[in-house]
Design a protein around this ligand. Sequence first.
Ligand SMILES: [Zn+2]
Length: 297
Amino acid sequence: MTPAGRFAPSPSGELHVGNLRTAILAWLFARSTGRRFLLRVEDLDRARAGAEAVQLRDLAAIGVGWDGDVIRQTARGALYDDAISRLQSAGLTYECFCTRREIQEAPSAPHAPQGAYPGTCRNLDAAELECKRSTRPAAIRLRAELAEYSVHDVLHGAYTGAVDDFVLRRNDGVTAYNLAVVVDDAEQGIDQVVRGDDLLPSTPRQAYLASLLNIPVPEYAHVPLVVNSDGARLAKRDGAVTLADLGARGVSAAEVRNILLDSLGLPPGTLEAALDAFSPAALPREPWVWKDTVNIQ
Ligand SMILES: [Zn+2]
């Protein structure tokens, strides 16, 4: 199977210029290295009716094309169940009955990173398990055998981050993001993951999970986010940030694409034409500030 890169949006609303810029980068990374480019809709959570169709239309409008069929995570439950079963068989999971509040209020283990699961349910005996099972459904957690893990990132170099007993399946039955993304990338032949650098801190968890499942760890490139003039991650409330908003102001999809290419130091035109000038080493490493009307001349 030809190796692949991907873009994997959550259909929770319209894509904004930050999402579109990341999609362009993922496409450029994949195509400049001879990879296929796949699109995966991460609809396990927060999916909004109709959002996927608008996202696909907007990606096509700025020139981001993809190979093969669009994959949807809600159709892939059997793959996630299989991966969790394998981990269970290896003794690498346990049931957790904690509420969010109980986790927040539990004393954290010494030296544990902030926000790490304190391990409350790690060693329940049979009687405790039976009692807890009668009170609420269990989440499934990974029984992590280490506290940190290191990955290599094309833009960030060596990166070491915390690993805790993170959730693999929530107690409402929904597969957790960290598990689904690792299973999907492997199953789709994706060996290059390009995404926003807000996801860098969860990458060691995913790479560790891949190692436990005997899955090759992909190449990672975590790209700078687009921020508003206050330096916060761009959001819908920051004004005209979607193709529909910008279109209403008379800015075409091709003009938005050119603005985004310019922000990456690349010439205006098609994405295919930008491939010649694309070099990961030359990419800006700082967040790009979207100044609404200032960017649109
Ligand atoms: Zn628990």
